[in-house]
Design a protein around this ligand. Structure first.
Ligand SMILES: [Zn+2]
Length: 101
């Protein structure tokens, strides 16, 4: 069921806002940010990763978008843990401490 819903979303050109019915909108936004950073530029390469290395961010971002749509893919555990971390008050406290330094 989740697969059929996600099939309507184009993960090669994902909308900035979570699509209608997206079960994990916060995770979608996190993954969409990563997608933006690694989306292929005019010459088909990645502007974030070094040229000598194959871009790994785009695949990771796609897995995150798929996870946000309720799919269980290779990097789902990473994204679910990351989203949890971003939600936790402890994480925001740690960020503040870093800022104060
Ligand atoms: Zn990249």
């Amino acid at each position: 069921m989740a697969d059929r819903m996600a099939a309507k979303v184009d993960l090669d050109d994902p909308p900035v806002e979570p699509p209608y019915g997206c079960p994990k909108p916060a995770l979608w936004r996190l993954a969409r940010e990563k997608f933006e950073a690694h989306r292929p530029n005019a010459s088909g390469g990645c502007s974030t990763c070094p040229a000598w290395r194959r871009c790994s961010g785009l695949l990771l971002a796609r897995d995150g978008l798929a996870t946000a749509m309720g799919q269980n893919v290779k990097e789902s555990p990473y994204w679910l843990a990351f989203a949890d971390l971003m939600r936790s008050p402890k994480h925001s406290a740690a960020l503040r401490r870093t800022d104060e330094r």
